[in-house]
Design a protein around this ligand. Sequence first.
Ligand SMILES: NC(=O)c1ccc[n+]([C@@H]2O[C@H](COP(=O)([O-])OP(=O)(O)OC[C@H]3O[C@@H](n4cnc5c(N)ncnc54)[C@H](O)[C@@H]3O)[C@@H](O)[C@H]2O)c1
Length: 302
Amino acid sequence: MTIRFDGQVALVTGAGAGLGRAYAIDLAQRGARVVVNDLGGNPFGEGEDRAPAQKVADEIKAMGGEAVANFDSVSSYDGGFNMVKTAIDTFGRLDVVICNAGILRDVAFHNMSEADWDAIFAVHAKGAFTVLRAAWPVFRQQGYGRVVLTTSSSGIYGQFGQANYGAAKTAMLGLMNVLKQEGVKYNVNVNTLAPVAGTRLTATVMPQEMVEKLKPEHVVPVVVYMVSNQCSDSGMVIEAGAGNFNRAAIVKGKGLQPGLDSVKDAEWVQANWPAITSLEGAVPMWRSGQTLEAFLADRQQA
Ligand SMILES: NC(=O)c1ccc[n+]([C@@H]2O[C@H](COP(=O)([O-])OP(=O)(O)OC[C@H]3O[C@@H](n4cnc5c(N)ncnc54)[C@H](O)[C@@H]3O)[C@@H](O)[C@H]2O)c1
C-alpha cells in the first residue's frame, strides 16, 4: 500500500543536512507539510547558520512541496516549544516528530572534558526532551502522533572514544521505553532508529569511499514507514543503513529464581553464574513491572 502523509505535518530536527534532510524531502514528496529545523552549527556543535534549514525548505518548495524553516536549537526548552509552535502557526497541526539533530565530540574517556559531556547530552538527550515535551500535549489532544528517536550502534553496543555520545544515545532507549507506554492511550507511537550513513558527521570517522556509498536514502524508508499511519508498532529499535535492516532489543534472560526462603551468598552466585548470565530463551519486556511478575505470581499462590 502506498504510504502517504497528505494532510499531515512533520517536524524533523537537524534537517538541514545528512539524514534529516533526506527524511524531510521524502516526507514532503509523500504529501507531508514539513518543519525543517536546523541550528546550522558545525559537527562539534559550535556556531549557527540559517542557510542549511532554509536551503532544504526552499528545495522542498521548489519541488512543489510545503515546508517552513526553523532555526532554533533543540537544546533550548524554548527552542523546542518554538518548533512545535511553528508547525501549529504555519500548518495548523503536528503529526510526526523525528528527533534527529546531532553532534559528535569523540575523545577517549580519560581526556573527556565536562564541556564534551554536557554538549553531547544537551543536543541528544535534552534535545529530544525539549521537542517532545512541546509536541506531547498536541499529540494527546488530537489522539495521534508518530515519533522516531535517533540512537546509534554506539549507544546500543558501544564504541571506543564515544562515552558521552554512547551514553546520550542510550538515553533515547530509556526515553522511548517510557513514552511508548504513556503514548498508548493517545495513539502515539514512539520508535527508535540506529542509522548508518555517510554524512558530514560520519565523514569525521569513515573513509571517503564509504561516506559516498552509504547514502542516507538507504535509511529513509524505515523511518518513513515508522512515522506513518500504517505502522502500529511502538517501542521498536531498528538498525538501518549500509544495505541492512534489523531489529535490536534489550532482552531479559530466563535466569534463576531461587525464591526468598534463604539468602544466597556470593559463592552461590559464582556457582550459578552461567545460568544467571545465559541469554537462552531471553525475551524483550514491555515495561519494568514485568520483572517482578515471578515474585508477584508466587505471592498470589501463597
Ligand atoms: N550518520 C550515521 O551513520 C549515524 C550513525 C548513528 C547515529 N546517527 C545520528 O543520526 C542523526 C543525524 O546525523 P547525520 O549523520 O545526518 O549528521 P549531520 O551532521 O549531517 O546532520 C545533523 C544535523 O543536526 C543539526 N544540529 C546539530 N545540533 C543541533 C541543535 N542543537 N539544534 C538543531 N539542529 C542541530 C546539524 O546542524 C546538522 O545539520 C544524529 O542524531 C546522529 O547522531 C548518525
